[in-house]
Design a binder for this molecule. Structure first.
Ligand code: ZN
Length: 210
């Protein structure tokens, strides 16, 4: 049942009825797409995505979120187009295919390492924690950070231990354990490789400065 305004619109514009369903209504959106949005029609998932200008969030057609106002909708053919225009993926329908944008995902993993560097960490456990494959994590992390997760873990542990060495009088072996490295000779080798000093030499630097 058409309301008066729509009927008048079609009469004024001489729209052919058999085509009107597929014609654009606004912003590149067709009637077919608009219907998919308001009916949460999963058939259209991955065929298009829609952003809502007022919230800056974009969704799959099937999203159960509140139907947007028609004039605020912007249609995208691919999630990357929406991201490029600074729309954020909806937390409910996760239009980026369950995966966060790479940068955000890698930052989550990195910040987990930053606060859990003293725990046992492996590519496998990190991948499981952050719902990706080890292969994908390794490749994506390296692409975003320029180093692998393992290198990032090493760098984090060594730089934390540098702070401990300068500010605490604990034995070096204890400091190694405190940053998650139980093998003392591995710690000394890694420290020297990263900083050019042994932990003992590094500690002595402080005394020389003071
Ligand atoms: Zn959504």
């Amino acid at each position: 049942m058409k309301n008066n305004i729509e009927t008048k619109f079609e009469n004024n514009h001489n729209v052919h009825h058999d085509n009107s369903y597929f014609m654009e209504v606004n912003n590149g959106m067709t009637h077919e797409q608009w219907n998919a949005i308001i009916c949460n029609d999963a058939f259209y998932d991955k065929k298009f995505y829609y952003g809502v200008k007022t919230t800056g969030i974009f969704c799959r057609p099937s999203c159960k979120s509140r139907p947007p106002k028609r004039q605020n909708v912007k249609i995208f053919n691919h999630p990357q187009q929406a991201l490029d225009e600074n729309f954020r993926p909806c937390k409910r329908c996760k239009p980026t295919d369950e995966r966060l944008p790479s940068e955000e995902w890698v930052e989550q993993v990195a910040s987990y390492i930053d606060s859990n560097y003293n725990q046992h960490l492996s590519l496998q456990t990190l991948a499981e924690l952050f719902h990706g494959s080890p292969f994908h994590l390794q490749r994506t992390f390296k692409k975003v950070k320029g180093i692998t997760p393992a290198e990032y873990i090493q760098d984090t542990r060594i730089s934390k231990s540098m702070v401990f060495l300068l500010n605490e009088d604990r034995p070096i072996k204890e400091i190694a354990i405190a940053v998650g490295i139980s093998n003392m000779s591995y710690y000394v080798t890694l420290f020297k490789q990263k900083t050019g000093f042994t932990p003992t030499e590094y500690r002595q630097l402080k005394n020389r400065i003071n």
